[in-house]
Design a protein around this ligand. Sequence first.
Ligand SMILES: *Cc1c(COP(=O)(O)O)cnc(C)c1O
Length: 378
Amino acid sequence: MNAPTLVMIPQADPGAGYRAQKAEIDAAVARALDSGWYILGKEGAAFEAEFAAWLGAGQHAVGCANGTDALALVLRGLGIGPGMSVATVSHTAVATVAAIEMVGATPLLLDIDPDTYTMDPDELASVLDHPPPGLPPLRAVIAVHIYGQACDLGPMLDACNARGIPLIEDCAQCHGATLDGRMLGTIGTAAAYSLYPTKNLGALGDGGVLSTADAELAERIAAIRQYGWRERYISSLVGINSRLDEIQAAILRVKLTALDAGNARRRAIAGAYDAALAGSSLAPPHRRPGAEHVFHQYVLRTEDRTAIQAQLKAHGVGTGIHYPVPVHLQSAYKDRTPLGPAGCAETAKAAGEVLSLPMYPELTDAQVERICEALRGL
Ligand SMILES: *Cc1c(COP(=O)(O)O)cnc(C)c1O
């Protein structure tokens, strides 16, 4: 007899998210197609209003083409450009750093706290007090809430506010996460969200959105995203083209209705993984007190990554690495991107040890149990 074939559980599965809401999504796409209006129309405006209302805290939302553009649009809207530096981390999607260079500014890459993988607020305070020699003046900070959990925002905001420097939240991985009861993305000057298919709120194509409580800033950025137009064909500002299309906006309106339940399901799956790891050699991910995690990723840390990955694979469990090479060690950035005094040492160490388990709301109870069974054996 043949051994039963082991069906791999993928680490991410955006198709499952579509299938879970297929009838509603198909109807929304048909509505957008039938409307005869495909870019910046009723669906986009409704998505912006619904997303802003979901965030609360007096936010205004502006849709755009992707999360990288959302960050770059926020920077442009704040007047950040050539001759200025922006501090962020190297332990992030390369997009965060790419957005800074897209507007002509210089990224300054700081190290992380090894437990939460987020920016070390002491190093931030130190570079604000003593900027590295030769660095253009620091004019903004991008805080990355990596894996779905908040940065240590309190001291970071204190450091920025004391110097009148805007703090921008990179919320590409944290839609719906909170810190001390406040929704991430509503705490800093402005926030940028990716709507890439695998994100907690994902389109079925590219998409991005940004938010701010500053109505004037939102209005300026909305003009910048379309050639600087405030009226058709007339550019009152220098702009770019970064629009969210009507089909994606219609899909996102459906997806938004499932976001809170999806985040709750992610937390329940994380709880099951935590319990399964109790008897193993691996520790569950650290939770920051006061922060509600939305588990964009459930990340383990191990010096035996290759062996653990192989063991999980043998049990049919797919894994991912977010991210295998930190930005400052990638050939496009290496040896030319300024680092903070810590030299990103913890970042480099983490990149060699992090391992992401399967994590999406559509994982079935049976799949979660199979993954837990594999974790108990580690
Ligand atoms: C996904 C992601 C982005 C970029 O988003 P795109 O939509 O792919 O441009 C930016 N920052 C972080 C932290 C991300 O995870």
